[in-house]
Design a protein around this ligand. Structure first.
Ligand SMILES: Cc1cc2nc3c(=O)[nH]c(=O)nc-3n(C[C@H](O)[C@H](O)[C@H](O)COP(=O)(O)O)c2cc1C
Length: 206
């Protein structure tokens, strides 16, 4: 698939079929992730890839406890647009299912090297920014392979729980959980928020 086509076609889906992603395809996708630009020429990144449904359930145990909020609270989010609300209605009840059903849960880790919670300046967040370059490469490579992804940001105690469950060393951080898989035939694709390119690009000065 041509690059611009992959960029156009990449969409989050949260409904996966149980079809297994072949290992050589997954390897190509993760290698594409590793080609991303990185601060300090560091590339200090690791993946933990989970296939075993019991192991995945174990890793997601903490998500099950806190994440599946009642969707009726979304109606009261006054600042959210209709399009954003549609996304939250789809996303919130599916947080556990979307990560477990793909049967391929990728946990990317990066060495933070600094306290991300109290950065001196924006460059103190470079390790965090770099791992998101890696994640975007994975999303696009997965699209080029005819696959889809769903991601979730760990909240509250989730990250620490996952780190301990899969024995990740101290100092490594988990920016997101990443499910990679084949879309279910009836997978929902939420309309993307439309923005006007013209209004968002400023030539010479804002
Ligand atoms: C930084 C970031 C955090 C996100 N967090 C979550 C999340 O916790 N749960 C989820 O279901 N989707 C999450 N998403 C996916 C977004 O909801 C999705 O990208 C957005 O709705 C736009 O849809 P699209 O990816 O199909 O263009 C996140 C995406 C990004 C980039």
């Amino acid at each position: 698939m041509e690059l611009y086509e992959a960029i156009r076609k990449r969409r989050t889906i949260r409904d996966f079929s149980m079809k297994r992603v072949p290992e050589e395809v997954l390897t190509r996708i993760l290698e594409a992730g590793m080609k991303a630009p990185s601060h300090d020429h560091a590339r200090d990144w690791h993946f933990v890839v989970l296939h075993d449904p019991e192991h995945i359930a174990d890793v997601l145990r903490h998500v099950g406890h806190g994440a599946e909020v009642q969707t009726d609270i979304i109606d009261h989010w006054d600042t959210a647009t209709k399009c954003q609300k549609a996304m939250y209605y789809d996303a919130l009840p599916k947080q556990v299912k979307m990560l477990s059903r793909s049967r391929c849960l990728v946990l990317p880790f990066f060495r933070a090297g600094t306290d991300l919670m109290s950065p001196r300046d924006i460059s103190s967040l470079n390790s965090f920014a770099s791992i998101w370059c890696l994640i975007e490469n994975i999303l696009l490579a997965a699209t080029a392979e005819g696959l889809h992804c769903a991601l979730r940001i760990p909240i509250q105690g989730e990250e620490e729980y996952v780190r301990k469950t899969i024995h990740a060393p101290e100092g490594y951080r988990l920016p997101c959980y990443l499910a990679v898989g084949y879309a279910a035939p009836d997978a929902k694709i939420i309309q993307q928020q439309e923005i006007s390119f013209k209004e968002h690009v400023h030539w010479e000065n804002w």
